[in-house]
Design a protein around this ligand. Sequence first.
Ligand SMILES: Cc1cc2nc3c(=O)[nH]c(=O)nc-3n(C[C@H](O)[C@H](O)[C@H](O)COP(=O)(O)OP(=O)(O)OC[C@H]3O[C@@H](n4cnc5c(N)ncnc54)[C@H](O)[C@@H]3O)c2cc1C
Length: 218
Amino acid sequence: MFPAGLAAAFQQRFTDAGVEVRTGLRVESGQETTDGVTLTLDDGTTITADAAVAGLGIEPLTQLAEDAGLAVDDGITVSSTLVTDDPAVFAAGDVASYPDRLLGTRRVEHVDNAQQQGRQAGRNLAGAGETYDHTPMFYSNVFDLGYEAVGVVSSSLRSVEDWAEPDVTGVVYHLDDDDLVAGVLLWNVPGKTDEARKVLAEAHALTPDMLPGTITAD
Ligand SMILES: Cc1cc2nc3c(=O)[nH]c(=O)nc-3n(C[C@H](O)[C@H](O)[C@H](O)COP(=O)(O)OP(=O)(O)OC[C@H]3O[C@@H](n4cnc5c(N)ncnc54)[C@H](O)[C@@H]3O)c2cc1C
């Protein structure tokens, strides 16, 4: 997700905290023992631990919706009012593929979206008929670091980095193929997600050289 320099600094924080990070390896097999688990990696080495946690991403459970004849494309397809193609059925959260006002059709796997979309679907179930116009942010807190992001955050995109302190406090703007801002990463810059949404809303008017200083760290 992060630019190379930031990714390296982030990984170093784990190493400094005593975490051994093993990348580019696959788990070949695992065995439960009386003391915990032993994993065998594809380079032949083994790891013994009290427990193993698999963080592998999710696949939305859409079978129920499919069986009910609802449109499904990656997630359950909903309109801007979060209704499926059956007017009596709504979907929200990780499972819903919706048209975002700023970012286009997407399915989001984050808390802010699940909460805001859940509220909106509830209101619309009660007859409000309102558009979901909240472009969600996602966040994480790791050690003493906190980051928030809005839009597409991917190392495959070109980025403009604006650091108050390199890889510690700053803003990364991710650009699409037309050099327009597609995502904003706020690194240890709390409380600025509305400013990030404003940048995305005005992306068409912002050239890359205008971005540094648009969102400040203070
Ligand atoms: C390990 C982990 C770490 C995460 N960290 C972050 C983070 O740092 N920041 C962040 O923003 N997000 C994070 N997320 C994502 C966040 O947790 C999800 O986006 C959020 O929980 C989605 O809420 P939801 O209500 O849409 O779905 P869920 O929380 O998945 O709830 C769906 C519920 O529906 C139930 N269900 C499914 N099918 C049926 C059925 N047929 N009948 C009845 N019930 C059914 C399920 O059992 C489940 O309880 C993380 C997720 C995981 C797994």
